[in-house]
Design a protein around this ligand. Structure first.
Ligand SMILES: [Zn+2]
Length: 258
C-alpha cells in the first residue's frame, strides 16, 4: 500500500542508474548475473573460496548502497536473486555437495542500530526463497554472532582490519555435520571479514566435511579479471600432511588459476 502510494507521488527509478521503471532495471540486473571469483588484492591466508554475482563498480555500487544504507528494502528481491546465483556458482564448485546452509555474516550491533534492520539477513532470506523455489536443498543458519567491541574499520589497512576483527565472531551453536556451509555477505573487498568468519566456522567442522565457502552480491574488482562461468570453477582441496601446516582450500578458475 505504501509502495503503491509512493509510486503515485514519486515515480520509481532504478537504484543503479536512475532510469524510471523497475527498482533495478534489466541492464543493471544483468551486471549482477555474471558470477566471478572474488580475488582480494592481497589474498588473506585462509580466505574462503568466494563467488560474487558481479563487480562492485558502476551502477552496482549505488544499488547496493541504496539497499544497505538508504533503506530501499525492496531491493532485497533483485539483490537476493543475485546472491542466490553466486551461491549456486560456488556450491557447484564442490563436487560432493550435501544440504547447503547459508550463514549470514552478522552486522555489528552499532550498524544494526544505525540502519534499524539487518540487511544481510534480508538478503539471505530472499536467496533461500529463490533457491528453494528452484528445488535446491538450502536453508539459512545463523551460526555466527558478533562478540566484543570492534573499532570502525574505515581507514584501516588490510592487516589492521584483520587484527581489528580477530575475535569478532563466535559460534552460536553446533555446525550441522556434512552440510555445505556458505557464508553470505553483501560486498567483499579486503576479504578480512569473510576470512575471520570462515576461520570460526571452519573450526567447528569435522574432517571430511566440505570446505567453508562464501557468496556475495558484489566484489571490489581488481584491475584485471572478468566474469567467469560457474562451470569453470572448482574447489581444490588441499590435503593435510604436506608442509608445516595445511594450506587453505582454494577455488580455481580462469580468473584465479592455481
Ligand atoms: Zn539501471
Amino acid at each position: 500500500m505504501l509502495g503503491a502510494l509512493a509510486d503515485l507521488v514519486l515515480p520509481r527509478t532504478c537504484a543503479g542508474c536512475a532510469v524510471p521503471g523497475a527498482v533495478l532495471c534489466s541492464s543493471c540486473s544483468a551486471l549482477l548475473a555474471r558470477p566471478r571469483l572474488a580475488a582480494p588484492r592481497r589474498f588473506p591466508e585462509g580466505f574462503p573460496p568466494t563467488v560474487a554475482a558481479g563487480g562492485y563498480a558502476g551502477p552496482v555500487r549505488p544499488a547496493v548502497l541504496a539497499f544497505k544504507e538508504r533503506g530501499r528494502a525492496e531491493l532485497a528481491g533483485p539483490l537476493g536473486a543475485a546472491l542466490a546465483l553466486a551461491v549456486v556458482a560456488v556450491t557447484r564448485a564442490v563436487r560432493d555437495t550435501g544440504p547447503v546452509v547459508l550463514v549470514p555474516v552478522p552486522s555489528s550491533p552499532a550498524a544494526l542500530r544505525t540502519r534499524g534492520r539487518d540487511h544481510v539477513r534480508e538478503l539471505t532470506g530472499q536467496a533461500v526463497r529463490e533457491l528453494v523455489a528452484a528445488g535446491l536443498p538450502v536453508t539459512a543458519g545463523r551460526l555466527l554472532r558478533r562478540r566484543g567491541r570492534v573499532r570502525d574499520s574505515a581507514g584501516l589497512s588490510a592487516v589492521q582490519r584483520r587484527a581489528n576483527l580477530a575475535g569478532t565472531f563466535a559460534l552460536t551453536g553446533g555446525v550441522p555435520a556434512g552440510a555445505v556451509l556458505v557464508l553470505v555477505d553483501d560486498v567483499v573487498s579486503s576479504g578480512a571479514t569473510l576470512t575471520e568468519a570462515a576461520a570460526v566456522l571452519g573450526s567447528a567442522t569435522r574432517p571430511g566435511d566440505p570446505p567453508v565457502l562464501a557468496a556475495v552480491v558484489a566484489a571490489t574488482p581488481r584491475a584485471a579479471g572478468g566474469p567467469t562461468s560457474a562451470g569453470d570453477l572448482r574447489v581444490v582441496r588441499n590435503r593435510p600432511g604436506i608442509g608445516p601446516r595445511p594450506p587453505a582450500d582454494r577455488l580455481s578458475g580462469r580468473v584465479n588459476r592455481d
